[in-house]
Write a protein that binds this ligand. Structure first.
Ligand SMILES: C[S@@+](CC[C@H](N)C(=O)[O-])C[C@H]1O[C@@H](n2cnc3c(N)ncnc32)[C@H](O)[C@@H]1O
Length: 316
């Protein structure tokens, strides 16, 4: 394990941008993200999970300290519009008075326009749909999406074949301390490579809530360890079309016996959950788990109807 501590350059940079960057990251998590970038000086970076674009703005600002014409951040989010959630520390009263939605990535466009030239934002798709367009030779990848299984396991496996052998992969929410939000803790433990960690920043924290893995030649050799995580009970399903598309993508890179683990896990867990629109799921968790009780099954029928209606409303 390598402990990452913020340099003076990191602290100066964060002081300059901290108030403007509307990232879902604590101060020390921001320091970690910046310090990793200053240390690795990646040229080609991919970010999965953008929301307001606050972490994009932080990554771009750090890259700006050494950038040349080849330095670029490709950011990908499942949604093109996102919704403010009640506990959000970045709640913006002006936006909320005019409606609950905002454009994904707006923080870069509005508050860091001088960095836009080095930024390409793909919205409305998961990473495996756009990774061929982005291309390979990726130096660094920051992943911060669903936090529940299968979530980031799918994201990581989708992007891995496009990463350099010694790329750095950073995960956020690696120690949320809530039973279902465990996927990034599992990933940071299961992926082979040197672990970059900040020190925990308050008493009672088991480990920091952000961390990274410096990949090596052995990462792909040990990739069974990551596929095996599909055996952890799923919290949501991705839907038939997305699943088939993922299997097609994975079949290009991984042995069929590993992909069979994914298929068997979905067969087992997805039927138990009913169908959950991943998009809706992310901000409406109470609808996730209904179970098998007849009363709850009826409730599921009703909630599915509501979900379909809401889904139509918010996806249009
Ligand atoms: C926690 S927020 C990201 C916060 C952002 N990294 C920051 O710190 O400012 C999670 C985002 O991931 C997106 N998301 C959820 N599942 C996704 C997936 N499988 N692929 C890409 N984006 C996803 C959501 O739409 C949401 O905008």
């Amino acid at each position: 394990m390598t402990i990452i501590t913020p340099s003076e350059q990191c602290q100066t940079l964060l002081d300059q941008i901290n108030d403007k960057a509307k990232a879902d990251l604590s101060f020390s998590e921001r320091e970690f993200l910046i310090e990793c970038i200053l240390k690795e000086k990646p040229k080609k970076v991919v970010e999965i999970g953008v929301y307001r674009g606050g972490s994009s703005a932080i990554i771009l600002s750090a890259m700006d300290t050494y950038a040349d014409s080849n330095t670029h951040l490709y950011a990908v989010d499942l949604r093109s519009e996102a919704r403010i959630y009640p506990s959000d520390p970045n709640r913006d009263p002006v936006r909320e008075s005019t409606g609950l939605h905002f454009k994904v990535g707006y923080n870069v466009e509005e508050d860091f326009p001088h960095l836009k030239d080095r930024y390409t934002l793909h919205t409305g798709q998961t990473i495996h749909h756009v990774i061929d367009e982005i291309g390979g030779d990726i130096d660094l990848c920051f992943i911060d999406t669903v936090h529940t299984v299968p979530g980031e396991i799918l994201d990581f496996l989708s992007v891995l074949p496009y990463l350099k052998k010694d790329a750095l992969v950073i995960f956020h929410d690696t120690n949320v301390g809530a039973p279902h939000f465990i996927v990034n803790l599992l990933l940071i433990s299961a992926i082979t490579g040197d672990k970059y960690m900040p020190l925990p920043n308050h008493a009672g924290q088991i480990n920091a809530n952000i961390g990274a893995i410096k990949l090596s030649q052995d990462t792909e050799k040990n990739i069974f360890d990551v596929f095996n995580l599909f055996g952890v009970p799923w919290r949501y399903d991705v839907g038939e079309e997305e699943f088939n598309s993922l299997v097609k993508h994975f079949s290009r890179f991984y042995p069929s016996e590993y992909i069979d683990i994914l298929t068997r896990a979905r067969n087992l867990y997805a039927s138990d959950l009913g169908y959950h629109n991943i998009d809706l799921r992310w901000w409406y968790p109470p609808l996730i788990k209904i179970g098998k009780n007849p009363f709850l099954l009826l409730l599921r029928k009703i909630t599915n109807k509501i979900k379909k209606m809401l889904s139509k409303k918010y996806n249009n």
